[in-house]
Design a protein around this ligand. Sequence first.
Ligand code: FES
Ligand SMILES: [Zn+2]
Length: 144
Amino acid sequence: MATLERKQILVEMPGRDRLTATPVASGWTVEVIGCAEITRLVESLKTAHGEDLTRWDLPEGDGHSALLVRELILRARGEWVYPYQDLELCHCRSVPTEVVDQAILSGAHTCEKVSRRTSASTACGTCRPEVQKILDYRLKTRAS
Ligand code: FES
Ligand SMILES: [Zn+2]
């Protein structure tokens, strides 16, 4: 039987919160370094569902902790399908995708706010639908 290769997963807001999931025989070992909110969220999920990340409920809400933990769970399940693959998102302003993503994590939840913080989509506007796709994906907080 083919086994799914499981690699260590890292999800973070650099300098703030960092989640690492390391595969072990019984599931995953999840380590969290970060604020009280994300630490509490991870601890409550561990208490409720044990170390097997793939059984954790996707957290609701659009705060940074919920968004980061959601990414971690979906990555562990092999269900993380980020909607934009290139490193650079806005070519007019040379804005990397990562910069846009981090802005969304830290609370820029509309295209306008992302533009204000990162200057993405402030010239030709061609990249705006891509910003919206990332917003929709990150903020889709319902399970499934
Ligand atoms: S590609 Fe982003 S504004 Fe032109
Ligand atoms: Zn935090």
